[in-house]
Design a protein around this ligand. Structure first.
Ligand code: SF4
Length: 315
């Protein structure tokens, strides 16, 4: 039996940094430290942080006036900063912003496209905090968001119903690389003038239809390593929080390749019978999964295998 752990698995640098910031702030603060929203989409990590004194709230109304506050890596709409300012919570004093620089990059891309006359469409998840944050720089709640490549028809309807001079598509950082390609291809199949890639340098903003590859590199690395595991393993275990968009993409990638795969949050969910007749086991994890959870899963798989050997010897 061989267990192969994906080279790029678990916490990305953006999530690591956000957790470091939150822990440092809580340690240096004698009062309460609030975090707006789930700092990371992983239930176990959140519980550990709560045990270290951090208080997670979903609404700004639950944060007291003047409280020390941390913003997560996903990026916030400008309205968040405005509402916090009304509570005397401001950057440089008691507001600690852990927005990932790669999310800020997407915001900058969106703003530049908009300022150059583009109607900007997001390939992302409607309720994902990152898509909500990016939408703020576009049309707010009315920003057109497309979730699946199969919804290319909706994009075409939107284009046909409106008389936009220029249209650009950008992506949430954690979406499927393959899905994004598919979406563009599906749209282009019905257009005479095709969507062409605009480089991240944002030179050449003259094209009528363009798309920018804003999926972040850590996401790409995790998807590509998972694809390799799906091709060479008999079974792949994907570890990630239930709400983790990038972990769900890794699971979808395994299913796309037809390999038996299971999406779990922790080692207790592993079942012995999954491993019957399996020699090569792949383990991967989304960007919000800490190393210790990956190690616990690997350890538990080894234990299940040694139990199986004993069962076999006794029978
Ligand atoms: S997934 Fe990408 S954009 Fe999101 S926090 Fe990690 S590195 Fe940053």
């Amino acid at each position: 039996m061989e267990i192969k752990v994906a080279k790029h698995a678990g916490f990305c640098f953006g999530v690591k940094k956000a957790i470091e910031i939150a822990e440092d702030v809580a340690q240096g603060n004698s009062g309460k430290t609030y975090v707006l929203g789930q700092l990371v989409h992983n239930e176990k990590v959140i519980k550990n942080l709560e045990a270290n004194g951090l208080i997670f709230v979903d609404n700004i109304s639950d944060i007291p006036q003047n409280a020390v506050t941390v913003l997560r890596a996903h990026g916030e709409p400008g309205t968040t900063y405005q509402s916090l300012e009304k509570k005397s919570i401001v950057k440089g004093r008691n507001l600690n912003d852990a927005t990932c620089p790669l999310v800020t990059l997407v915001h900058n891309v969106a703003i530049k496209l908009k300022n150059n006359g583009y109607e900007v469409i997001i390939f992302g998840k409607h309720n994902h905090p990152e898509a909500v944050g990016t939408s703020y720089h576009l049309r707010g709640k009315d920003t057109f968001i497309v979730e699946e490549p199969e919804q290319a028809g909706l994009v075409l309807d939107y284009i046909n119903k409106n008389n936009f001079e220029k249209i650009a598509i950008i992506s949430q950082t954690t979406m499927s690389v393959y899905g994004y390609k598919q979406l563009i291809q599906n749209i282009n199949n019905s257009l005479n003038e095709k969507f062409a890639e605009i480089p991240l340098s944002m030179r050449n903003l003259d094209a009528k239809y363009g798309f920018v590859d804003t999926i972040c590199n850590p996401t790409k690395q995790r998807q590509s390593d998972t694809e390799d595991l799906a091709k060479e393993c008999d079974i792949v275990i994907v570890i990630g929080g239930k709400n983790s968009s990038n972990s769900k993409e890794l699971y979808a990638k395994c299913r796309e390749f037809g390999v038996e795969s299971h999406f779990i949050q922790s080692e207790e969910q592993l079942q012995k019978e999954w491993f019957d007749g399996k020699d090569k086991i792949g383990v991967t994890a989304g960007a919000s999964t800490p190393d210790y959870l990956i190690n616990e899963v690997v350890e538990r798989i080894r234990e299940l295998y040694s139990d199986k050997k004993e069962d076999f010897a006794q029978s």
